[in-house]
Design a binder for this molecule. Structure first.
Ligand code: UDP
Length: 316
């Protein structure tokens, strides 16, 4: 297959590129590098089945040759990124989704949208099934991400119904692993970096809010399977094990052997209190369930962050 991954230099997109290339496919990565990093794809630069296109998908897209799939992963995705880049975030998920859907229509490609558990906002239903419509504050700081992803889903469904485009929508719940950016601001990368540097771990609010964390290879496997089924409605992809932020902090402290303490900082506006995926649909449809538990995934991620820190020290 010849596959275009928008946002393919980002955290999840680059892991997906690795997987597709390892299976013998042709991969074109399109990224404007505002949150993605060339380092994530540098290992493929000399691969004849790989191409990097430096482009912002919010502008008109031109790609030569056929495309079997367009995987639309471009978007700032960490809360601090989309708070800093509110308009780019809204543009990539609206104009960028429109452009990529238009390209899929022109090329006769299949289309996969990387959506998010943020479409559920601060949910009032636990766990969250795909049938839950969510509880989103449209004008709050997170609204730029939540609403534009909701728009992206609506537009994807419209192209499916109106133009018969063969589409998929995966709703990604919190994901972690190697290649999370050091300054990404998400809880897993923050805690690991803080613990390794011997700094205090910053729990926001009372730290009792929950998340469920999936390791990136599990998510990639979920997407690979989603591409193989004819199913057009959204599918949750997440790990159904729920942890409080405090529990995560304790686990990171233990696994890093750090002496860091937990300190409390103000809770960001509209920060969801509980997030937990109902993955019945993915289990049934894709025969998929996450296989990497939090302890194992964190050990691997910590090892990667240690390596990054060591390489930075050598470079200095
Ligand atoms: N969080 C935290 N300390 C940090 C970063 C995040 O306590 O240094 C909390 C944040 O308030 C949220 C949870 O951890 O409740 C997950 O945050 P993240 O930014 O990873 O993603 P979100 O799930 O909110 O999109």
């Amino acid at each position: 297959m010849r596959v275009l991954i928008t946002g393919g230099a980002g955290f999840i997109g680059s892991h997906l590129a690795d997987r597709l290339l390892s299976e013998g496919h042709y991969v074109l990565v399109m990224d404007n590098l505002i949150t993605g990093e060339l380092e994530n794809i540098a290992q493929h630069i000399s691969n004849p089945r790989f191409e990097f296109i430096h482009h912002n998908v919010s502008n008109h897209i031109h790609v030569s040759g056929p495309l079997d799939w367009i995987l639309h992963f471009a978007s700032p995705a960490s809360p601090i990124d989309y708070l800093e880049l509110p308009i780019q975030t809204m543009k990539v998920n609206s104009l960028g989704t429109h452009n990529t859907l238009g390209l899929a229509k022109a090329k006769g490609s299949k289309f996969l949208l990387a959506s998010t558990s943020e479409v559920y906002g601060d949910p009032e239903v636990h766990p969250q099934p795909e049938s839950y419509w969510g509880s989103v504050n449209p004008i709050g700081p997170r609204g730029v991400y939540d609403e534009s992803k909701r728009f992206a889903e609506a537009l994807t469904m419209a192209y499916h119904h109106k133009h018969g485009l063969d589409t998929r929508i995966g709703r990604i719940f919190n994901c972690y692993g190697p290649r999370l950016r050091v300054n990404d601001g998400r809880v897993v990368s923050n805690f690991i970096c803080q613990a390794l540097a011997g700094r205090d771990l910053t729990a926001y609010g009372d730290g009792k809010q929950t998340r469920s964390f999936q390791y990136v290879s599990d998510l990639v496997e979920g997407f690979m399977r989603l591409m193989t089924v004819e199913f057009h409605e959204p599918v949750n992809l997440g790990n159904p094990e729920e942890f409080t932020v405090i529990e995560l902090a304790e686990l990171v402290t233990e696994l890093t052997g750090s002496k860091s303490k937990v300190v409390f900082e103000p809770l960001p506006t509209d920060d969801p209190k509980r997030r937990l995926p109902d993955i019945s649909r993915a289990k049934q449809l894709l025969k998929w369930t996450p296989t990497i538990d939090l302890r194992t995934g964190l050990e691997r991620t910590i090892a990667w962050f240690r390596m990054q820190a060591a390489m930075t020290t050598i470079a200095d």
